[in-house]
Design a protein around this ligand. Structure first.
Ligand code: GDP
Length: 304
């Protein structure tokens, strides 16, 4: 991830080294290189435009500082702008004031929601929480079993409808909204302090799926709605993110498959176009391949 972008930016800044003052032509040439590097990394066009506009304006207006030479100054500006488009400060999970904290996961099928559910649960458990997973993806035949396997790996219980049960609470008739509600109720009764609700995705954005997610959101009033997106999907990331933002008004982004060789554009675009922060990164298929996302660290990594 980001290797090629990182190399390109570093090479661009190298050209500025040794310059005592930057002319407007120097700044324009640098900004042009940054623009090319971002576009080649699959960053969405409007994001590139805004980013380079900001960098240019700030670079031209920058005071000549005694401490930083012109190339360091541009690196500093680019770093700050990268942090900004990645969501600014590190965003932590918003906890419920009373009752369990409810986290709902949304995203396309295959984005990595179910895998993430296990990672998040294990991570929260490691911090002393007592999470429960709720299986609301009743569309994909294996989704409930998959979540059960994930729950087992993470060492956390899974609430799922089971066909043999008779009571409404145990068997909410295959209706994902009822399962979500019952799962939250189960968490309350069994004193779990975090509920992670896995929802159904489709291969593409689909009105029925979005309506179902919206109904689940309305029924359980989550503290966080995390939109999980596969970082490998490149330019499609922006449209998908905007559709989900309109559909379920998510509160944070999780970038999955950051271990792949994606060029990084999704990561840089999604937070920017939706105005929602990237909160977590998923970096592999294992239950521990997961980290909190720190915009400042990611920016430094790119500019390293
Ligand atoms: P869901 O349909 O959104 O629930 O997606 P899944 O959690 O089932 O993930 C789809 C596929 O992607 C599975 O084969 C996962 O093992 C894989 N996967 C999920 N997260 C990651 C990740 O961070 N890195 C890699 N390499 N694979 C992942």
């Amino acid at each position: 991830m980001f290797n090629s972008l990182s190399d390109r930016l570093t090479a661009t800044f190298k050209n500025l080294r040794g310059k005592g003052r930057l002319t407007e032509a120097d700044v324009d040439a640098t900004v042009r290189e940054i623009r090319r590097a971002l576009l080649d990394a699959d960053v969405a066009v409007p994001v590139v435009r805004e980013f380079t506009g900001q960098v240019r304006e700030r670079a031209l207006g920058a005071e000549v500082s005694g401490a930083l030479n012109p190339s360091q100054q541009i690196v500093k500006i680019v770093n700050e702008e990268l942090v900004e488009i990645l969501g600014g400060e590190t965003r932590r999970i918003r906890k419920a004031k009373t009752g369990p904290t409810i986290i709902m996961l949304a995203g396309l099928q295959g984005a990595g929601k179910t895998t993430l559910a296990g990672k998040l649960a294990k991570w929260l458990k490691g911090q002393g929480h007592s999470p429960i997973l709720v299986a609301c993806d009743l569309q994909r035949p294996n989704a409930v079993t998959q979540l059960q396997v994930v729950g087992q790996r993470a060492g956390v219980p899974v609430f799922a409808p089971h066909p043999g049960a008779t009571s409404e609470l145990e068997h909410p008739a295959g209706d994902p909204v009822a399962v979500a509600r019952a799962g939250v109720e189960e968490a309350r009764q069994k004193l779990h302090d975090v509920v992670i609700v896995d929802t159904a995705g489709r291969l593409g954005v689909d009105a029925d799926m979005m309506e179902q997610a919206r109904q689940i959101r309305r029924a359980i009033v989550p503290n966080e709605v995390l939109f999980v997106i596969d970082a490998m999907i490149g330019q499609d990331a922006v449209n998908t993110a905007m559709a989900f933002d309109e559909g379920v008004n998510f509160t944070g982004v999780v970038l999955s498959k950051l271990d792949g060789d994606a060029r990084g554009g999704a990561a840089l675009s999604v937070a920017s176009v939706t105005g929602k922060p990237v909160m977590f990164a998923s970096t592999g298929e294992g239950v521990d391949d997961f980290e909190m996302f720190h915009p400042d660290r990611m920016a430094s990594r790119i500019l390293d």
